[in-house]
Design a binder for this molecule. Structure first.
Ligand code: 13P
Length: 340
């Protein structure tokens, strides 16, 4: 295992005040988002949209790494330049989503298990040769009556750890993503408990599989009340519940925590990340960063609408969100940034 490379990549992904841009939506997910806006659900539309994202001027000043889908990592700009060249020329580290999706977990109604371990070693080797330096695998945890089950948490943590070990063997930093979903009526406290249990399981399994913690990035959910919970939480409550949960469960050897946005509005994701850094940056042992998909892309996608004429305005919206989150990493994000 190339520990020096892994540690250097992991540190670079959360260096200074930058963060990750997740743009690895599966084709069905991407198509669903396109359909809502009347954008054609074709490979060419997905390619054009991803070209818009990666050619955004100045993107590398706030984005350290971009997570790509298998389709995207093999694509080119309209002028023939490979996407991988565009990304690396922008100073952005290319990453790749390697799970093959969350499927029903047998014998566990309402729970999912993420697949993709079979043949993973060979796929990772190919992605490394192509130039990818990190990978992503997302486990999905649903909160509900009697959910998640202990065995569901264990199965997902085990798969994440097997994936992480294979990534490190191949020289790729694993982004370890156990996502506790926002759907449901559960309280903030219940989300905290489930997230804590999920993370505990993940770090037990990472240890069992001999994963080097200095060479991973954790990508957790923020601790939030369920979308249908009547009692919503303040920004400060979310920041405290989230970081206190992480302080109890995530070893200090982990260089960075890069949150997913999970369907929060773009502004809320920035406000909450900012509050975490304002309140904890000076004493947290790891970087508190971002790895957002929707909270960076959604405003840009809504402006683009599949129209060439809207590309520049969409790119401005994208870079604006990237910069807001960069400011949030420093604890310097303000509502005034949204008006400028
Ligand atoms: P969201 O920020 O939209 O939750 O996406 C992050 C991600 O990569 C999900 O796997």
């Amino acid at each position: 295992m190339n520990t020096q490379l892994l540690m250097a990549t992991a540190r670079a992904l959360v260096a200074a005040d930058k963060g990750l841009l997740a743009m690895d939506e599966s084709n069905p997910t991407c198509n669903k988002r396109f359909a809502k806006l009347g954008i054609p659900q074709t490979e060419e539309a997905r390619r054009a949209y991803r070209e818009l994202i990666i050619t955004t001027p100045g993107l590398g000043e706030s984005i350290s790494g971009a997570i790509l889908h298998d389709e995207t990592i093999r694509q080119q700009k309209r002028d023939g330049t490979p996407f991988l060249k565009v990304i690396t020329d922008a100073g952005i580290i290319p990453g790749i989503k390697v799970d093959t999706g969350a499927k029903d977990l047998s014998g566990h109604p309402g729970e999912k298990i993420t697949e993709g371990l079979d043949g993973l070693r060979d796929r990772l080797k190919e992605y490394f040769q192509m130039g990818a330096r990190f990978a992503k695998w997302r486990a999905v945890i649903t909160v509900g009556e009697g959910l998640p089950s202990r065995s569901g948490l264990e199965a997902n943590a085990h798969a994440l750890a097997r994936y992480a070990a294979l990534c490190q063997e191949a020289g790729l930093v694993p982004i370890v993503e156990p996502e506790v979903l926002m759907e449901g009526e559960h309280t903030l406290e219940r989300c905290r408990k489930v997230t804590e249990e999920a993370l505990r399981n993940v770090f037990i399994q990472l240890n069992c599989q001999r994963v080097m913690l200095e060479g991973i990035i954790l990508k957790p959910n923020m601790v939030l009340p369920g979308l249908a919970c009547p009692q919503q939480a303040s920004v400060e409550e979310v920041a405290d519940a989230t970081v206190n949960c992480l302080l109890r469960t995530v070893p200090a050897a982990v260089p960075g925590i890069a949150f997913l946005s999970g369907g929060q509005s773009a502004e809320l994701a920035s406000v909450r990340l900012n509050a975490m850094n304002v309140r904890f940056k000076s004493r947290a042992p790891w970087a508190l960063a971002f790895s957002f998909a929707r909270a960076i892309q959604q405003p840009a996608l809504e402006i683009w609408q599949g129209q060439e004429a809207n590309v520049l305005t969409a790119q401005q919206a994208l870079i604006h969100r990237a910069r807001c989150n960069q400011a949030a990493r420093r604890g310097e994000y303000t509502a005034a940034m949204e008006k400028s």
